[in-house]
Design a protein around this ligand. Sequence first.
Ligand code: IMP
Length: 424
Amino acid sequence: MANIVILGAQWGDEGKGKVIDIFTQKVDYVVRYQGGNNAGHTVVIDDDEFILHLIPSGILHKRKICVIGNGVVVDPRALLDEISMLKKRGIKVDGRLLISESAHVIFPYHKRLDELKEQKRKKIGTTKKGIGPCYADKVARSGIRVADLLDEAVLKEKLTANLDEKNAILDKTYGAQGYSFDELYNEYRGYAEEIKKYVCNTTVVLNDAIKKRKKILFEGAQGTLLDVDHGTYPFVTSSNSTAGGASTGTGVGPTAIGKVIGVVKAYTTRVGEGPFPTEFTKDLMERIRRKGKEFGATTGRPRRCGHFDSVIVKHSIMVNGIDEIVVTKLDVLDDLDSIKICTAYKFEGKTYTDFPTNSRVLAGCEPVYEEVPGWKEDTTKVTSYLKLPKNAKNYLKRIQNLLKTRIVLISVGCERKQTFSKDA
Ligand code: IMP
């Protein structure tokens, strides 16, 4: 098997956690390459539910090595809480978790600025985990990396410079209290002592592993439409959640990646603000949200739900080079009389079949729908594609034809066994 990237092809929450868990069985390393603890990957194993925010979900499999790559932003408090949760539940972490020394570190001022910016400007609806402000420092070349955390002198120098700047912004722009150097320095040196056993040059580790023909799974967080370059900017996260991020966020060259798998929900959801052309009206929204348990795994916020949108998924297939698709949560549509699929957008008399970049078009466009009959049967116990109701098969076939990309797996529930291949 080739090294693979598995990522979300919509606005996140596509059910990647479960899909990654299935593919993990075939690989040696599972790697996060972007985002931070804004993500929430849910995996259910034998009725036991795990929600992971920062550590790759491969940690739930014995003997897999899990890597937090240089493209990730790490909140050490959240990381240590996750490690402790896993250890309490009997999962071995030490010796299996590696953290890049080049990953950037989230500080309390990042979280505070995230909150304050959300209050002051037009809301993006962030998770308030400090993700955007931490990436902003990275790009501004003032960020503090994991390697800096481990070096007392460097941490002192960089934290002093950062606090001079951040405390001034907090005071002058927001009238908010700043942070004391001593408190933050001592707190973060404490974290450094606890995490140092996991820290290494993960780029070298991964490239050596590739030389030894070990297999790697790159685990995308968020989704393509939340990518800072290819998503619904500015209503996006601050990293490259697309396949290219797997390379820049780990130091593994693109030629070492053999396959990209896109995970799509059988309908569409998004959390936070921003355009959502196929958003349901109130009644259907509540029905599907309840049935699909569409509440954020990180923030608990109700997710916005909508019809399947082939325009955004075609865009995802293009910008990620997606080879194969996994469709999740098909069962959530079981009760519907008919199902709408968006095939294009219309705006001021013009039809768009390509995802429009202009935010005014995206915010004001009308979706063009085709409607297919529902199947009105429980699919949660279906164990093979052939046993799906005819209309469910027709729905999947129509999606596949519109996307011109092969559907390889279908998921009809949160357990591992509620998944089957399309070809079987
Ligand atoms: P941030 O990543 O916290 O800055 O949030 C930016 C946008 O990305 C907001 O709309 C969030 O709701 C969304 N977002 C961030 N992480 C996730 C995720 O894991 N799933 C879905 N949406 C997310």
